[in-house]
Design a binder for this molecule. Structure first.
Ligand SMILES: Cc1cc2nc3c(=O)[nH]c(=O)nc-3n(C[C@H](O)[C@H](O)[C@H](O)COP(=O)(O)OP(=O)(O)OC[C@H]3O[C@@H](n4cnc5c(N)ncnc54)[C@H](O)[C@@H]3O)c2cc1C
Length: 1063
C-alpha cells in the first residue's frame, strides 16, 4: 500500500541549501535546511548505545517473562537483560578482548608479504580445514582464556612476520600459515547468541506432532519470520523444525543491517515491513525488545552517477514516506566527523535506517509465534520429504520425516538457507542457489564512532556498520569463495577469513574512515550465505511439487527482507498468491531448463555478487550465463550488429549497432580466479557506454529504429516468445476460466487478454488464438481432440505463465493439456505502414483489411514454407507476426528482408519495442501491469468479459472493484522538457505526492518523454478520470520537479487508426 509521505521540507525540493548539490551536481544557493540532529539510537539506554552488543531482552520485565509476568510458550533461548547503560564497550566481545591487536595497516602489509607464499592448494586445504562445522565453530566461540592467548600469540606472530624488524621465530610459516592467515579470532560481535541458550542434549525440544497444516524447515531469519506471519495470519497448526538451535545457520552471524531505500518499489515496501516488525510490532506484541537499533544510514557517492542514483532513491522514498537527505561533503563531515570527505561527491542520509540483532529478532519472533499457537522444535533435523502423486498424476507434498518422527502435512516451506538445495533434493525440487563465504571484520573500540550511522560506500564495495563503539567492516569482492561442499554438520560455524580475498575491503574502509588505519581488528566473521543468479531470493511454490514452498536464497539481505518476505510467503501459502508483486522473487521466474543448469547458476551468482554494489543503471545486461537459449535467427542477426539482451536464458535483440557484430563471449569472471579478462570486448564496451542516467549514447540509433517502424517498416525478431498450445476436450472450459476476454470464438480469431489471480490482480497479458486441429507432432498446427488455443507470451515471463496455467488446470482437474512449442517455433513481427506492401510479396494470401482483418490469423505460405500469420501489433502499427517452424526461420527472414529492402526495412530490437509500445500506450507486464494491479486500475477493462455471464478467475474481485470504485489508476504523463526518465520518479499532484512512475521512456514520434504511473487520491477517495484531468502534475526526477501533462488516452494515435491500416 502506498503511504503518503511527509516529505522533508528542503530547499530545491529535497536538496539541502548552501553547499548542497543540485541535480546537475552544481551548488544550490538556497538557505541551508535544518538537518536532523545527529542520529540517536531508538533506545538510548540499550547496551548498543553504550557500546555493548545487544541481545533481545524484555523491555520492562525479567528475561524470560512477558511484560505481564507470565511465561512464554516457547521456552527457547532466555536472554539476560543485557548490560547496563553505563557499561563500557571495550568488552562487547569479552572472549576476544585481546590486549594485543594489529592495525589495519599491519594486516595489509602482512597480507601483501604473505600472499606470494600462500598457494591456492594451501588455501584449499585451509578452507577444508575451516569447514569443520559445529564442533570447531563452537569451540572458537567458547574458547577460554588459555586458548585465546594461544591464538593471540599465533596471530601476533603472523602480524610481526610482516615486519622485517621482527625476529625469525615470528616468521614461522606454521603460525602465519594458519587457516586464518594474519587474522584475529573468529567470533560474532554479539553479546549473546542462541547457541549458549541450548540444553546441549541434542534431543528435540519437544516431540514432533503427527500432523500440521504447514511445516517450516529452518529456524533462521526466514523460518522464524514466516512462522510468525503464518501464525499471525491465522494458521495455528504450523510447526517450525530446526536441525540445531534457532539462528544456527547463517543468521547468527549476520551483520543485521537494514537500509530502507532500494531501487524497487516492492523492496522498499518489504523493507518497511521488516523495520516495522522489529521496531514496533514485536515489542508491542511481546513486551520484548528485539535489539533493533536506529542509528541511521549513510550512502557514499564518489561520483556524479552514484549521487544521481541516490537522488532517484530519495525521490522514490518520498512516495513511501522514507525520510532521506542528499548531503554535501561538508554536511557529511558535520554528521560523521571521522569520515574522509576528500573524494566525496555527496551522500544520501537516511536517518531511520538501523540494525537488527539476529538472536533478539528470531527469539522474539519465535515467542510471538508460539504465543499464537505455532510449535517451534529445535534439534529436529528433517531427513525426508514424502511426495505422492494424486489421481491426476500431480506430485504433492504428503509428509515430512524427521529424525524423531513423521509429520503428515500438505505444505512444507524450505527456509533452510544454504542447505535449501539439499532439502529440495529430498522432494525432487531444484533450488538454484550457491553457497559462498561472506565476511566482515570487527574492529577494536574507536573513539568518536559512537552513534554514527551505518555507512555503505558502494564505489569502494564496502560497508561500515556501527557495533557499539566499534565498526564491523564488510563488502562484496570480485572473487568470492564458493562453498563447494556444503556440510550438514555446520551449526554456529564460521570459516577462516581469507585475507587475499578480503583485503580490498580494508583498503576501502581505511580510505573512508582513516582512523581505522590505527585501529585493531578484534574478530573476523566469515560465514556461509546463499546467492542466486539474479541476486534476488527464491520464493513461492516450486513448479515440480505442489505444496513445496521456497523461502531461501537471500543474497546477504535475509535479515532486512525477512519480515516483508515472511509476510508475503505466509499470504502465498494461505491464499495461493502473495499480496504484493513478488514476481521478481518467485521461483517460477526461472525457466525450468535453468534451475538445474550449474554453469548458469554459478556464473550468474558470481556476477551478481561481484556487482552487488554497482550502480543499477536503466540499461545493463549480464555478461555471465549467456548464450544458453538462442533462437533460430541468432547468428543471422549477430552478423548484422545485433546487441543482444538476456532474458531468463534467452538471447533477444536489444538494438542494432552500426559498428558491426558484438558477440557475447564466454564469461571471464571479470578476471577473478586467475582467469584472463577479455580484451577489446566490444559487447562489454557497448554496455559500458550506456552506464548513465542521461539519454544513452545509442539514443539516436534507437530513434532511427523507431522512426523507421513509424514511417516505413521494421522487422522485430520476437522468437524468444513462449508459444504454448492449450488443447483437449475441456480446453474451452479452461480458457473461459483462465482468460478475462472471451477467446472461445471461431478458429482464426486472435484475442488480447489478461489472466488474473483470485484478487483480480493481473498475472499475465497475452494473445490467445483459437486454432483448428492439424497434423500430429506439428509445432505449427498440432493434432488434438476437442478444442485448441495457441498462446503467445513474452519469453521472459513464459515460465511464470506456464506455471500459473498448470496450477489452475491441476486445481480445476480439467481434461486438457498444455504443450510447449517455444523452442520449435520462431516468431518475427513486421510492423509499419509499408508492412502490407512488403509482406504481400512474400505471403501467398490476400492481406487486405477485408481478407485479413486485425486480430485474426491464418496458416499461409511464405517463401515456400508454411507459417502462421497473425495480424497484430505490439507497437501500434499495421503489421503481422509470422510464427515459423525453427528450420524455416532464416529462409523466411531473408525473403522478408529482401522484399523490404526497396522500402527501407530495418531490423529493430526490444529497445525500440519499449519506446514504441509506451508511446502507443500498450502495457508491459511486470512494469506497468503487475499481479498487484487490476485490469480496471490499468485501463484494461476492455479485456474483461463482464458483459457476458461466463465466470473467470478473478471476476468477482473485478466486479467488486467496479461497484466500489477505483482507488488507484494508471496514468500516462508526458513532459515538455526532453528529460530522460526510467521509472521510480515521484508523481506530484497539486503539490502532494500521489504515486510514482513504473515505466518511462522517450517517444520519438511525439518527441516527448512518456511516463506511466499509478496515482491515488491522498484524501482516500476514488480516482476518477475527472480526478486525473483536474490535477496539476510534476514528475520528480532525482529531486528536481518537471511539469507534466496527464493523459487519459494515449497521446499517440488515440483512435487506433494505424493498426487498422488507416494512415
Ligand atoms: C557476513 C554476513 C553478513 C550479513 N549481513 C547482512 C546484513 O547486514 N543485513 C541483512 O539483511 N542480511 C545480512 N546477511 C544475510 C543474512 O544474514 C541471511 O540472508 C539470513 O540470515 C539468511 O537466513 P535464512 O533463514 O535464509 O538462513 P539460515 O539462517 O541459514 O537458516 C537456515 C536454517 O535451516 C536449518 N536447516 C538446514 N537444513 C535443515 C534440515 N534438514 N532440517 C532442519 N533444519 C535445517 C539450518 O540449521 C539453519 O538454522 C549477512 C550474511 C553474512 C554471511
Amino acid at each position: 500500500m502506498l503511504g503518503f509521505p511527509q516529505a522533508p521540507s528542503l530547499g530545491c525540493r529535497g536538496l539541502p541549501g548552501p553547499g548542497a548539490l543540485d541535480a546537475a551536481g552544481t551548488r544550490c544557493s538556497a538557505p541551508a535546511p535544518q538537518l536532523p540532529a545527529p542520529p540517536r539510537p531508538l533506545h538510548p539506554e540499550t547496551p548498543e548505545s553504550s557500546g555493548a552488543a545487544f541481545a533481545a531482552c524484555p523491555a520492562r520485565t525479567g528475561p524470560d517473562s512477558r511484560a505481564d509476568g507470565s511465561h512464554w510458550p516457547w521456552q527457547g533461548c532466555l536472554f539476560p537483560a543485557g548490560h547496563g547503560a553505563g557499561q563500557k564497550s571495550a568488552g562487547f566481545c569479552p572472549v576476544l578482548n585481546f590486549s594485543l591487536t594489529s592495525s589495519f595497516v599491519e594486516k595489509q602489509q602482512s597480507h601483501k608479504k604473505g600472499r606470494g607464499r600462500r598457494g591456492s592448494c594451501a588455501r584449499k586445504r585451509r578452507r577444508r580445514a575451516s569447514e569443520e562445522g559445529r564442533s570447531r565453530g563452537a569451540e572458537a566461540g567458547r574458547a577460554g582464556p588459555e586458548r585465546a592467548s594461544l591464538d593471540m600469540r599465533c596471530l601476533s606472530g603472523a602480524w610481526r612476520a610482516a615486519a622485517p624488524r621482527l625476529p625469525a621465530p615470528w616468521r614461522s610459516p606454521r603460525c602465519r600459515g594458519s587457516a586464518a592467515g594474519p587474522a584475529a579470532r573468529k567470533s560474532v560481535p554479539y553479546e549473546k547468541t542462541l547457541r549458549e541458550a541450548g540444553s546441549g542434549s541434542g534431543e528435540p525440544s519437544r516431540p514432533p506432532p503427527r500432523s500440521a497444516e504447514v511445516v517450516v524447515v529452518g529456524g533462521g531469519s526466514l523460518g522464524c519470520q514466516t512462522t510468525y506471519h503464518l501464525a499471525k495470519q491465522g494458521v495455528t497448526s504450523v510447526v517450525l523444525l530446526e536441525r540445531d538451535r534457532l539462528t544456527s545457520g547463517t543468521t547468527w552471524h549476520t551483520a543485521g543491517l537494514l537500509w530502507q531505500l532500494r531501487p524497487s518499489d516492492v523492496e522498499v515496501e518489504l523493507l518497511a515491513h521488516t523495520r516495522d516488525v522489529v521496531s514496533r510490532e514485536l515489542p508491542a506484541e511481546t513486551g520484548l525488545h528485539t535489539g533493533w537499533v536506529q542509528n541511521g544510514g549513510l550512502f557514499i557517492a564518489s561520483n556524479k552517477q552514484r549521487l544521481d542514483e541516490y537522488k532517484r532513491l530519495m525521490s522514490l522514498g518520498k512516495v513511501y514516506g522514507v525520510e532521506s537527505y542528499v548531503l554535501t561533503p561538508s554536511q557529511t563531515k558535520d554528521l560523521y566527523p571521522l569520515m574522509n570527505i576528500e573524494d566525496l561527491y555527496g551522500t544520501l542520509y537516511v536517518p531511520k535506517d538501523g540494525t537488527m540483532d539476529p538472536a533478539g529478532t528470531c527469539s522474539t519472533l519465535a515467542r510471538a509465534a508460539a504465543a499464537r499457537g505455532a510449535t517451534i522444535i529445535e534439534n529436529c533435523p528433517v531427513t525426508g520429504i514424502q511426495v505422492r502423486a494424486d489421481d491426476f498424476g500431480v506430485r504433492r507434498v504428503h509428509a515430512v520425516e524427521t529424525a524423531h518422527g513423521t509429520i503428515q502435512t500438505p505444505c512444507v516451506v524450505n527456509c533452510a538457507g544454504v542447505w535449501a538445495p539439499a532439502l529440495g533434493r529430498l522432494a525432487g525440487v531444484h533450488v538454484p542457489l550457491v553457497g559462498m563465504h561472506h565476511a566482515y571484520v570487527v574492529t577494536e573500540r574507536i573513539e568518536g564512532i559512537q552513534n554514527m550511522p551505518n555507512v555503505r560506500d558502494h564505489d569502494a564495495s564496502v560497508y561500515l556498520r556501527l557495533q557499539g563503539d566499534a565498526l564491523s567492516v564488510g563488502g562484496y569482492e570480485s572473487n568470492p569463495i564458493f562453498w563447494e561442499e556444503v556440510s550438514e554438520k555446520f551449526a554456529f560455524g564460521l570459516f577462516d577469513l581469507d585475507w587475499d580475498v578480503f583485503m580490498k575491503h580494508i583498503e576501502g574502509a581505511i580510505n573512508r574512515v582513516p582512523v581505522l588505519e590505527k585501529t585493531g581488528i578484534k574478530s573476523t566473521v566469515c560465514g556461509p550465505e546463499s546467492f542466486t543468479a539474479d541476486h534476488k531470493p527464491l520464493m513461492g511454490e516450486a513448479p515440480e511439487v505442489r505444496g513445496f514452498f521456497l523461502g531461501c536464497g537471500f543474497n546477504s539481505a535475509g535479515m532486512m527482507l525477512g519480515g516483508g518476505c515472511g509476510r508475503e510467503l505466509a499470504h502465498w501459502i494461505i491464499h495461493g498468491r502473495p499480496e504484493k508483486d513478488m514476481y521478481g522473487y518467485d521461483i517460477r521466474r526461472f525457466h525450468h531448463s535453468l534451475t538445474n543448469n550449474n554453469r548458469w547458476i554459478r556464473e550468474r551468482s558470481h556476477e551478481s555478487y561481484a556487482k552487488n554494489y554497482s550502480i543499477v543503471f536503466p540499461h545493463d545486461e549480464p555478461l555471465a550465463g549467456r548464450n544458453v537459449r538462442k533462437d533460430p535467427l541468432h547468428e543471422e542477426l549477430l552478423r548484422q550488429g545485433c546487441v543482444f539482451q538476456e532474458r531468463h536464458g534467452w538471447e533477444r535483440p536489444g538494438w542494432f549497432s552500426p559498428g558491426g557484430a558484438a558477440p557475447v563471449l564466454d564469461y571471464d569472471y571479470y578476471g577473478a580466479y586467475g582467469r584472463e579478462r577479455h580484451k577489446d570486448y566490444t559487447y562489454n564496451r557497448l554496455l559500458g557506454d550506456e552506464y548513465t542516467f542521461d539519454f544513452p549514447p545509442h539514443h539516436d540509433i534507437i530513434k532511427t529504429e523507431c522512426l523507421t517502424c513509424r514511417t516505413a517498416l521494421a522487422l522485430f525478431d520476437m522468437s524468444y516468445f513462449g508459444k504454448f498450445y492449450l488443447v483437449g476436450p475441456e480446453a474451452t472450459k479452461a480458457a473461459n476460466w483462465l482468460f478475462t476476454a472471451d477467446v472461445s470464438k471461431a478458429p482464426g480469431s486472435t484475442v488480447y487478454t489478461c489472466m488474473l489471480n483470485q484478487r483480480g490482480g493481473v498475472e499475465s497479458d497475452l494473445t490467445v488464438s483459437r486454432i483448428s486441429p492439424g497434423a500430429p507432432a506439428s509445432p505449427l498446427a498440432p493434432a488434438f481432440e476437442g478444442d485448441g488455443y495457441y498462446l503467445a507470451i513474452g519469453g521472459a515471463v513464459a515460465q511464470h505463465n506456464w506455471s500459473h496455467i498448470t496450477a489452475v488446470l491441476q486445481d480445476m482437474k480439467l481434461q486438457c493439456k498444455l504443450l510447449d512449442c517455444s523452442e520449435e517455433l520462431g516468431m518475427m513481427s513486421i510492423q509499419g505502414p509499408l508492412s502490407r506492401v512488403v509482406l504481400q510479396e512474400v505471403l501467398d494470401t490476400d492481406l487486405s483489411n477485408e481478407a485479413f482483418p486485425f486480430s485474426t490469423h491464418k496458416l499461409v505460405t511464405a517463401a515456400g514454407c508454411t507459417v502462421r500469420a497473425m495480424r497484430l501489433s505490439f507497437v501500434g502499427e499495421l503489421g503481422w507476426e509470422l510464427h515459423v517452424p525453427r528450420a524455416d526461420c532464416v529462409k523466411v527472414y531473408q525473403a522478408v528482408m529482401q522484399a523490404g529492402a526497396r522500402h527501407g526495412i530495418a531490423n529493430a530490437g526490444y529497445r525500440a519495442i519499449d519506446s514504441l509500445s509506451i508511446e502507443k500506450g500498450y502495457r508491459h507486464w511486470h512494469a506497468d501491469l503487475r499481479p498487484d494491479d487490476t485490469p480496471l486500475e490499468a485501463g484494461l477493462a476492455f479485456t474483461c468479459k463482464l458483459k457476458s455471464s461466463i465466470p473467470f478467475l478473478g471476476r468477482e474481485a473485478v466486479e467488486a472493484q467496479k461497484a466500489n470504485g477505483i482507488f488507484r489508476r494508471l496514468v500516462c504523463f508526458t513532459t515538455e522538457e526532453k528529460v530522460p526518465m526510467f521509472g521510480l520518479e515521484a508523481v506530484w499532484r497539486n503539490g502532494e505526492v500521489v504515486g510514482h512512475i513504473r515505466r518511462a521512456d522517450f517517444g520519438f514520434a511525439i518527441d516527448r518523454t512518456i511516463a506511466y504511473g499509478y496515482i491515488r487520491d491522498p484524501a482516500g477517495g476514488p480516482v476518477s478520470l475527472d480526478f486525473v484531468r483536474s490535477g496539476s502534475y510534476e514528475l520528480e526526477r532525482m529531486g528536481v520537479p518537471y511539469p507534466a501533462q496527464a493523459h487519459t488516452r494515449s497521446p499517440f494515435d488515440p483512435d487506433n487508426q494505424r493498426v487498422k491500416g488507416i494512415y
